[in-house]
Design a protein around this ligand. Structure first.
Ligand SMILES: *Cc1c(COP(=O)(O)O)cnc(C)c1O
Length: 339
């Protein structure tokens, strides 16, 4: 990497169009009770659950760039996809409302499920929901886009999770923001941990952290991608696209560290690991995690602290990527009624 690229962030990022959708910087907080319990040197949390857009989350950072491109191209409708409790769908619906666009969501799952959590918020933000099977999502988005065009509208299709090179720039910016906050506190971390699923977050973090001169580890906890599915290569491709937009060199697939040991019962299945993590963070620190992503990633971090994946005294930054509205959709799996 050229020395001009180093330092805190990268001037070229400021040249990419961005619509302000969040409240920056999000806080960095210490979790002193859990830190002591786990024997860590530091346990910090980057509160990207507090990005400010319709109950917050990591998609806000990606959407700032994606919505800017949509707007520049004259789009009037955002189309995206996800599961019924998708945080990405909820944040996209809210972003569309903020900039005066329509939002059409292609959602997989049981159509008759209760309208709660993210699904409720999608509807409150005025999004139209189209139900389909998981494997039909991409084709259905194209069909919805064609229907928008047919009525004279201009659609902008955002792929699953907003994990494109452009979207990942949000986490290039996020990495630089977090490292600047750490520097201002006079602190450093050895390891960052984040939930990783469609890959844009980790791709952006790995690129952004390298540009900012971070020397520690970034461990992505795979939420649903199985080992040997080419997930590292997929993230490297997203990082390559992001780096090309900035005119900097890109990290290769070997720069991505992913833990595949925590897939549990599959995507969106609440298990003992997630339940314990949600309970401990809430009871020990008043910190609310989510059932699908941060519950699993935080549970993985607890397991790593116990099992040696994190050394005693290690300094850790956990990226809280949001998702808390989904807690309400999983209430019955978390707490027994009548107790
Ligand atoms: C989407 C999401 C993630 C995963 O981010 P990717 O960029 O898709 O890897 C993590 N946490 C939450 C709460 C999310 O909604």
């Amino acid at each position: 990497m050229k020395t001009a690229e180093m330092g805190m962030g990268c001037a070229c990022l400021e040249a990419v169009a961005r619509v302000e959708l969040g409240a920056w910087p999000t806080p960095v907080e210490r979790l002193p009770r859990l830190e002591a319990e786990l024997g860590l040197g530091r346990l910090l949390v980057k509160r990207d659950d507090l990005t400010g857009l319709a109950l917050g989350g990591n998609k806000t950072r990606k959407l700032e760039y994606l919505v800017a491109e949509a707007r520049a191209g004259g789009a009037d409708t955002l189309i995206t996809t996800g599961a019924a409790q998708s945080n990405h769908c909820r944040q996209t619906a809210a972003a569309a409302a903020r900039v005066g666009m329509r939002c059409e969501l292609v959602v997989n799952g049981d159509r008759g499920q209760p309208v709660t959590g993210n699904l409720l918020l999608d509807r409150l933000c005025g999004a139209t929901v189209h139900w389909c099977a998981r494997e039909d999502r991409a084709a259905r988005m194209e069909a919805v886009a064609a229907a928008v065009r047919a009525r004279g509208g201009a659609p902008y299709v955002i792929p699953l999770g907003g994990s494109t090179g452009l979207g990942a720039l949000g986490y290039v910016r996020g990495a630089s923001e977090a490292l600047r906050q750490l520097a201002a506190r006079g602190e450093e971390v050895d390891t960052m941990v984040c939930a990783s699923s469609s890959g844009g977050t980790q791709a952006g973090l790995v690129l952004g952290a390298a540009l900012a001169g971070y020397r520690g580890r970034i461990v992505g906890i795979s939420i649903d991608a199985p080992e040997q599915s080419g997930y590292e290569e997929q993230m490297a491709a997203v990082a390559r696209d992001a780096a090309a937009r900035l005119g900097v060199s890109a990290p290769g697939a070997e720069a991505f560290t992913v833990a595949y040991d925590y897939l549990g019962g599959g995507y969106g299945v609440l298990g003992a690991l997630e339940r314990e993590a949600i309970d401990r963070a809430a009871r020990c620190e008043g910190l609310l995690l989510d059932p699908v992503y941060t519950g699993r990633a935080f549970g993985a971090m607890l397991d790593m602290a116990r099992g040696g994946g994190l050394a005693p005294g290690e300094r850790v930054l956990f990226w809280h990527t949001g998702g808390t509205p989904a807690l309400f959709a999983y209430a019955g799996g978390l707490v027994k009624a009548g107790e």
